[in-house]
Design a protein around this ligand. Structure first.
Ligand SMILES: [Zn+2]
Length: 351
């Protein structure tokens, strides 16, 4: 949704007539101002208006609400992550016009990270004999992530013409760094992050500043998975996936094709749900995704109209069946890449 307002504010040069002040602001230095007025972190527990009896498949926003209550500084940290992201994305447009061109004057401002990104992945499995996670599940899950984050999902051919130009090759590769297994008799871990702590029966995160930690366990409550957004505490950073929804697994039914992980890693990379977890005016902070006021389920026929525009139901950040989601947009790609730039919440992954 196009809500990003950007302006370039030239800072005034205020100097005494004859003084050579070391802190002087040069006339060509600029600060990119971004509008943060639409930023939100708290959401209603249940925001979908679809009328479906589905619960929230993804627990990320519920978990975020809990973490915000437990940790008052989190909201401010997420605000700063967002502001940094918006500045870099705004700079990309500004550099593309006049200021970044050779001879255009001024130094190009930092933009979202360029180039390929490789993410080492730690797979932490809380083993439940009734819901085994095999090496084949792991291999297929990594293959699906690498397809989806490199624009190689075979379903992408079905993208409607109006969204064709928005399809992004995110160019992120996921590589397994370690697999940790721990037997457990717990059949419902919930969403309180217990699986991330060895003293609560879980497995501690491995070097989360440099690895994406997955926890695979029975979550319960109809939740397929949940992720922690950038800006959160390091010891709980990562993604949780229900055992049956990890990789290619017939036990997962329409969610047994590995796209819960694609969706949750999107949150871990700072993407919001495509409908913005609210009404038509509540944004997902991405310029090239249409406005919507609800999640879509199943395998919607095109067009599906909400908020007077066609929903991008095939986006990984909606709630549709695994085989019916097959794209990220260029705007989402910029947003994900901003956190890897200097000063970004996940810059340690590329440095
Ligand atoms: Zn989600």
């Amino acid at each position: 949704m196009k809500r990003i307002f950007l302006s370039v504010a030239c800072l005034a040069l205020v100097l005494g007539s004859c003084q050579n002040n070391a802190n002087e602001i040069k006339p060509d230095q600029e600060e990119i101002a971004v509008d943060m007025s639409d930023f939100y972190v708290y959401t209603a527990e249940e925001t979908t208006k679809s009328g479906h009896i589905h619960g929230p498949q993804c627990g990320s926003m519920k978990v975020l609400n809990r973490q915000l209550k437990e940790n008052p500084s989190l909201e401010n940290r997420m605000f700063n992550v967002e502001k940094h992201t918006r500045k870099l994305i705004a700079a990309k447009s500004t550099n593309a016009t006049s200021k970044g061109k050779p001879g255009g004057g001024g130094t190009p401002a930092p933009t979202p990270y360029q180039g390929s990104i490789t993410i080492p992945v730690i797979i932490n499995i809380l083993e439940d004999a009734n819901h085994p996670v095999t090496q084949a599940h792991i291999n297929s899950q990594i293959a699906i992530l690498n397809e989806d984050y490199n624009d190689m999902n075979p379903g992408t051919g079905g993208v409607p013409n109006e969204f064709n130009n928005a399809v992004a090759d995110v160019d992120i590769t996921f590589v397994v760094a370690a697999i940790n297994r721990k037997a457990s008799t717990k059949t419902s871990w919930g969403t309180n992050d217990a699986m991330k702590h060895s003293n609560l029966g879980g497995i501690d995160a491995t070097d989360p500043a440099n690895n994406l930690n997955f926890w695979i366990c029975e979550i319960g409550g109809g939740i397929l998975g949940y992720a922690q957004f950038p800006g959160g505490e390091l010891d709980t950073d990562g993604v949780v996936i229900g055992s049956d929804y990890f990789g290619e697994n017939p036990a997962g039914g329409q969610y047994g094709h590995g796209r819960t992980a694609t969706h949750e890693v999107g949150h871990w990379l700072n993407l919001r749900h495509i409908w913005g977890d609210g009404g038509c005016r509540q944004d997902d902070f991405v310029a090239d995704t249409p406005s919507s006021d609800r999640a879509n389920y199943g395998c919607p026929s095109y067009p599906t109209v909400h908020c007077k525009t066609n929903d991008m139901t095939m986006n990984y950040m909606d709630y549709v069946d695994d085989n019916c989601m097959y794209m990220f947009t260029n705007g989402q790609n910029d947003r994900m890449r901003a956190i890897f730039s200097t000063g970004g919440a996940r810059e340690s992954f590329v440095n």
